[in-house]
Design a protein around this ligand. Structure first.
Ligand code: ZN
Length: 172
């Protein structure tokens, strides 16, 4: 996604400390539109999570800098053992493991930072060795996100269908 550098300034900041982050680092997108006349905004915190991409010539011919797609909302970050986890991170891991369903829930059972990721996911009816599948998911979460987890696998269609990403964060 190109940013039109003559129309505004985009920065990425740490959502907690509000300190500027470098190119490629993931954080909250902060924008300063340069052409707004009626409603000037200076360093507006969008609440969206993304990152700026390293500059390189683009096949489309534009020379403007580029940004990643928006990965999620700052409000949906689960902080686990010093790492920030978004629902999409978990979703991608689940989608990469055959035998799991699409639905999942991230259980937030205490305020603030968690020491491990508590997760409920579904397994397909043909799965015989549910324990092995559960281990596989736990290992993938550790490998890709660097967090310890506590996974519970339940039969397909046991979890309520989520209409929005936010509904996959369950405060218990
Ligand atoms: Zn381009």
């Amino acid at each position: 996604m190109h940013l039109f550098a003559d129309c505004g300034i985009a920065e990425i900041v740490d959502p907690e400390t509000e300190k500027a982050l470098g190119i490629g680092e993931e954080g909250e997108i902060v924008v300063t539109p340069l052409w707004n006349e009626a409603v000037p905004l200076i360093r507006y915190k969008t609440g969206d999570v993304g990152r700026l991409l390293p500059y390189q010539p683009c096949p489309c011919g534009r020379t403007h800098p580029k940004m990643s797609m928006v990965k999620g909302r700052v409000a949906h970050i689960a902080k686990v053992d010093g790492k920030r986890v978004l629902p999409i991170d978990v979703e991608e891991i689940i989608a990469g493991i055959p035998g799991l369903g699409e639905e999942y829930q991230i259980i937030l059972d205490q305020p603030g930072e968690l020491d491990r990721l508590k997760l409920k996911a579904e397994y397909q009816p043909e799965i015989k060795d549910v324990a092995a599948l559960k281990n596989q998911l736990g290992e993938a979460l550790y490998r890709d996100l660097g967090v310890e987890s506590e996974v519970e696998l339940v039969p397909l269609r046991s979890l309520a269908r989520a209409l929005f990403k936010a509904q996959r964060l369950i405060h218990s």
